[in-house]
Design a protein around this ligand. Structure first.
Ligand code: FES
Ligand SMILES: [Fe+2]
Length: 364
């Protein structure tokens, strides 16, 4: 089958999109610095002693050593690699400050060579994840990374991430799911009874609901992408009230890494053991639903064009929205203006009162 590339989808000038992306689960850094690869590049990721997380280009300016891929080096084994929020190269111990500048060479008293600097990337830690700002134009973040207050609220039980590994698919086809009202019955068993998409700059919303055949409960979801790689969904499913998180980040063109998580509201201010068990079950259930998409994505041929029916116009809008991230910032508004606003499908009702009730229930 092979996977399609950004060029095959005619996405724009860039191979990889601009935005906030998950690159690790925060707890992974407890085991020390990590070598990570995304956007066709290698990075060194570590936590300094202050707790600050730093992401640098991986390869030392001196002789090209990967800063965080040689755990057998003596300074790594002896816990001497991290000094404050700086990191030393495992080969000759040149020290990099968190901004990527070489500020100490242990065997040389003169000034550090001019231009001895690696690129340092904007990172934040929230939702139990390490998020980076990726920008082909090297600009500062244009908006905050997504967050939800409930994550820090003890009444909400959060899980550890399901690491879904590498999927050989272009993220365009994952994003297509946001516009895809008519797979919800056949793939997930909960045919859509109302549907809405809304586009607002770098945000893309989907609001929908329907009765789930297998679980015998009404499912309503209010889902949004903040930029091209981070999906958060508020959901009410029978009595269960929760959030779902699906984050995906390109590794290479046509290959993504994906993570999944859930946050479940407990009926008790302090979640009981039973509440925690139920939250885990909810996460497993949500993961099983996501696996239904996964199964399709892993085995399909790329849909670089879609034979879209008149009742599927949102596919094209969704793809237009996505293009803003593959083109210079100066052009993003052109794509946004083409799709901004709410859009409906002629064969499905708008959310209306039912959704308002359900949105209120979700908020409760
Ligand atoms: S290669 Fe990094 S200090 Fe020499
Ligand atoms: Fe789906």
């Amino acid at each position: 089958m092979g996977t399609a590339k950004a060029k095959d989808f005619d996405l724009g000038e860039f191979t990889f999109p601009r935005g906030w992306f998950m690159i690790a689960e925060a707890t992974e850094l407890d085991n020390g610095p990590m070598a990570v690869r995304f956007f066709g590049k290698d990075f060194a990721l570590y936590r300094g002693t202050s707790g600050r997380v730093v992401l640098l280009d991986a390869y030392c300016v001196h002789m090209g050593t990967h800063l965080t891929a040689s755990p057998s080096a003596s300074i790594v084994l002896n816990n001497e690699q991290i000094e404050g929020d700086s990191i030393r190269c495992p080969y000759h111990a040149w020290r990099y400050a968190p901004d990527g500048t070489v500020d100490d060479i242990p065997y040389f008293d003169g000034p550090c060579p001019k231009g001895a600097k690696l690129k340092s990337y904007p990172v934040v830690e929230q939702l139990g994840a390490i998020l980076m700002w990726h920008d082909p134009e090297d600009g500062e973040p244009e908006y905050d990374a997504p967050n939800v207050d409930a994550w820090e609220n003890p009444q909400w039980t959060n899980g550890t991430y399901d690491h879904l590994g590498e999927i050989p698919i272009h993220p365009q086809e994952i994003i297509d799911n946001m516009a895809d009202a008519h797979h919800l019955g056949p793939t997930h068993g909960a045919p859509c009874e109302y549907f809405e998409n809304e586009y607002d700059g770098h945000l893309y919303y989907q609001r929908q609901g329907g009765f789930h055949r297998m679980y015998n409960a009404y499912l309503t979801t209010s889902t949004w992408y903040t930029g091209p790689g981070m999906l958060i969904s508020r959901q009410r499913f029978g009595e269960a009230n929760g959030y779902e998180f699906i984050f995906h980040t390109p590794i290479e063109d046509g290959l993504v890494k994906a993570w999944h998580n859930n946050l479940a509201m407990s009926p008790n201010a302090r979640p009981t053991d039973e509440d925690v068990t139920n939250a885990k079950l909810a996460q497993e259930g949500a993961l099983a639903a996501f696996a239904q998409d996964f199964d399709i994505w892993t085995n399909k041929r790329p849909a670089t064009t879609i034979m879209a029916l008149p009742v599927e116009r949102n596919f094209r809008r969704g793809r237009t929205w996505y293009k803003q991230f593959y083109n210079p910032r100066s052009k993003a508004a052109e794509y946004q203006e083409k799709v901004n606003g709410k859009h409906y499908l002629s064969n499905l009702p708008e959310p209306g009162e039912l959704a308002e009730e359900l949105e209120a229930a979700i908020a409760g």
